[in-house]
Ligand binder design. Sequence first.
Ligand code: 5AD
Ligand code: SF4
Length: 439
Amino acid sequence: MATGKTFYLKTFGCQMNAHDSEKVIGTLEQQGYRQVESEEEAGLILYNTCSVRDKAEQKVFNRLNDAKKLFKTGARFGVLGCVAQQQGEKIFERAPFVSLVSGSASYRNLPKMLARLEAGERRITGLDGCQSGETFETGFTARQNPYRGYITIIEGCDNFCSYCVVPYARGRERSRGSASVLAEARRIADLGYTEIQLLGQNVNSYRDPEGKRSFAELLAAVGEVAGIRRVRFMTSHPRDFTREIVQAIDAVPTLCDHVHLPVQSGSSRILQLMNRGYTREDYLERVSWIKAARRPIALSTDIIVGFPGETPSDFNATMELLAQVEYDSLFGYKYSSRPDTPASTMADSVSESEKAARLQVLLDRQRESQRISYSKQLGQILEVMVEGVNPAREQIIGRSSQNKPVNFTCAQPITPAPGSYLQVKITATHPNSLAGEAV
Ligand code: 5AD
Ligand code: SF4
């Protein structure tokens, strides 16, 4: 076993998970643990897991399997996050060398669980409180992202989309008071961050427990915090997306020109089976609000192909929707049956090869569409926030307000720090990124 109290943490899944890891790291550091870069160096090996698709879950068990030899040399294992909450003690059966299983709603109990682990206990669970436990960040949150400060504004999800594991992995919806969100935003600004991302499984169903602000009002208020130059938010549910959000983006220049609005399918019939609560027409109406904004707002989406019962004509409706909306970016997934979800009892009727074929058609079409739309930015000068460098290509990596990756060169000998802003002239465009030079 490595000397001192050391831990290694690997995060799978979404930004909610990435941010939860920042809270876990902060808590561990406060308990005297030091973070190390590899499993081999660590006394405590933690995986913060995702169960959104079967593949994501497989990855965790593969990783556990690869590392289990370290148990013999004294390392202890913990499984955190969505797989932990959903599978609970079954994890001990599948991976008997694991000592700790905890869902996100129990992270506030981590110090106690760590003490029990240190005392040699072999089966520790934190699986309670999924209905109420909040994991909003505290003063201990160890922010890892050098240029973006995350703030959780709402936890859990009450939508019960028929394919989705999230309500079982993260429990019921609970919103954080807007005064607390704004205090966190000011704290982040004081730390030197200029970009904030508001997080929630469905930020649009935010309900201020203090009754002071709607989501759109909260968004605008965060955008007005002194020192903040960019505000993003994830994820929007189309059913709850309001015109006021577009009006807020219009009114407050710091709110980024980007909305992620997962449609999942372009077929109203499939949307109903998915229990999404909107039709294709409802969705397109929201898109029309976004497209009517004063600034061009980039739109991105998530799509599932091969949902149970999806016919070629349903899939075609999705392809037509793509042509109509012209997304700036798209995440496509093959439907994956998840335990406990209503869709898992529907016949998984689309074959694996048909799912793969539909996904390929979808991604090819999207690539072509982005090739055309990104080329329209040629010659423009964009404000880019630096995220890092690509030493191999001697390029700086950044992002536009529209969330498009921009790779660029800079004549100055000093490399700009992550989080700084530069004006970049776009000199080449690709389907998934822009290239240019700082001016
Ligand atoms: N199968 C495939 N994709 C899924 N997603 C959520 N659940 C599933 C599932 N069971 C996708 C949705 C969601 C994104 C985060 O993951 O598109 O928006
Ligand atoms: Fe994965 Fe969903 Fe959990 Fe995020 S909330 S880690 S996407 S299962």
